[in-house]
Design a protein around this ligand. Structure first.
Ligand SMILES: Nc1nc2c(c(=O)[nH]1)N[C@H]1C(S)=C(S)[C@@H](COP(=O)(O)O)O[C@H]1N2
Ligand SMILES: [Mo]
Length: 513
């Protein structure tokens, strides 16, 4: 009698095969994540897949994702990826049902693809292939075990349902345990929390004027003048936040310079620190959207750092690169001519939150974040616009992206139901680099009326505004427009964020009873 155990197996039900293969795929990801903790979190198969999807997603889809899911876009991506992976695993499961070796090859092939993708990540070293390879071997072992359990030698009666479910449970639990262990070990090995806690705010010789309490108009529902770090919007391509401690951080300034400079964090800290209050805005912000925030940034003048390196006369771009491979192209003049362009290390008096670029990021007043605000920045290359492009400009977004004049109604809320009589309408308006000189409000097709402006801190910060409306019963549309210091009235022409920022006037419909 030929013992067939180990070479082939009893066919399994379609559902069981799908479940077994999905569990094996979970093992690939879980074990891969654990191994990656010891190599580099960015080499985890899960993040390699996610980051590859992010980088290859066409512009229109990415825009829609940001529009639909806002700052939950990464959660949406993770869920979508999960669904796709389960579907792919279920499909391989049907092949495995017929021939185990074929299923194992399928899983192995996918693992190989992930290994190659890992090697092509921007920060990859040859070690980046290891998590995918080890994870895939574990996944294949799990797959074989699950498919062979039912054909247990002693059991002439055939597969036992209980035995299979038990094995499935063990495999899934093992995958989850490996993934969780990877997460915890990854965090322990790079204790970014402790590193941040130990950060000491550099002393600023020439502090900026404080924001007096009366500068922050106390209207319920109105955006605060300074955005608390915890409420600051977050936009980036990072599926997993880089965990870069200060002692591992290095900055290289190179390219079209007289002398290349390399700095570590201590050497940076030895330089004179400055601070500035700046409103940062995302180009993807829709009319009326919340992708803008104001903070006090503490750091070091980018112009001083670049001048130390001696930029060539014909360089016109600073190409900044983050530890995770994101790049931004900033017109050099916007940095050399602006003492408020910073390599920032702190936000609102504390170390940068990891999500906002710890330990160092760029902040350049007046430019949208994608061409200026590189977080986790480690490399500054002086170059030219006719020689280089950056992450978003390669994808069709504009090279030159000054922030457009915008205004927003914060209160009353959309579709609010209000009693007739005096109603406070309030919001913020910004025109970084120019400054806001007036905000006007229109009710239905009535005349434009002057709002009262909050204090102007600087041309690079937003201004709050309020206007008291004597509301009469009915349904009304409130509309807002700003005027910047050049006298230009914010345009009514509606454009999409692509390629250089949305335009149009924000309006809100409310009902007065
Ligand atoms: N490393 C890195 N830096 C980045 C980005 C990114 O994707 N990766 N996105 C930029 C964009 S588009 C914006 S609007 C700002 C947002 O900064 P915040 O997340 O601190 O608000 O960061 C910029 N810096
Ligand atoms: Mo952005």
């Amino acid at each position: 009698m030929i013992r067939r155990i180990g070479f082939t197996h009893r066919p399994m039900s379609r559902t069981a095969a799908a479940a077994a293969t999905t569990a094996a795929a979970a093992v690939v990801l879980g074990v891969g994540h654990l191994v990656a903790a010891f190599i580099d979190p960015a080499s985890s198969p899960f993040f390699v897949l996610g980051a590859t999807v992010v980088d290859r997603t066409p512009k229109w889809l990415k825009d829609s994702a940001i529009r639909w899911f806002g700052t939950n876009d990464k959660l949406a991506l993770a869920i979508t990826m999960g669904v796709v992976m389960v579907a792919a695993a279920a499909l391989i499961g049907q092949v495995t049902r017929r021939k185990l070796a074929l299923g194992a090859c399928g899983l192995g092939g996918l693992g190989l693809v992930v290994a190659v993708l890992a090697l092509s990540r921007p920060t990859a070293t040859p070690l980046f292939a290891i998590p995918a390879v080890v994870g895939t071997c574990a996944g294949i072992a799990a797959l074989c075990a699950l498919f062979l359990v039912p054909a247990d030698a002693g059991r002439q009666a055939g597969p036992t349902r209980r035995g299979f479910l038990l094995a499935l449970g063990v495999v899934v639990a093992g995958a989850a345990a490996a993934g969780t262990a990877g997460r915890i070990i990854g965090q322990r090995l790079r204790d970014i929390g402790a590193d941040r806690a130990a950060f000491v705010l550099p002393r600023v010789a020439d502090p900026i004027p404080p924001v007096a309490p009366e500068m922050d108009l106390a209207v319920p529902g109105l955006t605060r003048f300074i955005t608390p770090a915890a409420d600051f919007y977050r936009i980036d391509t990072a599926l997993q936040l880089p965990s870069l401690t200060r002692d591992r951080w290095r900055l290289r300034i190179h390219g079209m310079v007289d002398r290349e400079i390399r700095l570590d964090f201590d050497e940076l800290s030895a330089r004179p620190a400055v601070e500035s209050l700046i409103t940062l805005t995302c180009v993807s912000n829709e009319v009326g959207g919340g992708l803008a925030g104001t903070a006090t940034w503490t750091g070091y003048r980018l112009a001083d750092l670049l001048r130390e390196a001696g930029p060539a006369r014909d360089a016109d771009m600073l190409l900044s690169r983050s530890i995770d491979g994101f790049t931004a192209s900033t017109p050099l003049a916007a940095i050399l001519d602006n003492p408020d362009a910073l390599l920032a290390v702190a936000m609102n008096g504390a170390a940068l939150p990891v999500a906002n670029g710890y330990p160092a990021r760029m902040i350049v007043p007046g430019l949208y974040g994608y061409v200026s605000a590189t977080k986790w920045v480690v490399d500054l290359e002086l170059t030219r616009f006719d020689r280089a492009a950056a992450y978003w400009t390669e994808r069709g977004w504009a090279d030159r992206a000054p922030i457009k004049t915008a205004s927003r109604i914060d209160v009353p809320a959309a579709f609010a139901n209000l009693p007739a009589g005096p109603v406070t309408v309030a919001g913020v308006a910004w025109a970084q680099g120019r400054g806001i000189t007036a905000v006007e409000v229109q009710v239905d097709d009535g005349p434009w009326q002057q709002a009262t402006l909050g204090a102007a801190y600087s041309i690079d910060t937003w201004r709050q505004w309020t206007w008291v409306w004597n509301a009469s019963p009915g349904t009304h549309a409130l509309r807002v427009r700003a005027v910047d210091a050049t006298g230009t009235v914010q345009t009514d022409v509606r454009t999409t964020p692509f390629p250089d920022g949305a335009t149009g006037r924000h309006s809100r419909v409310v009902t007065v009873r």
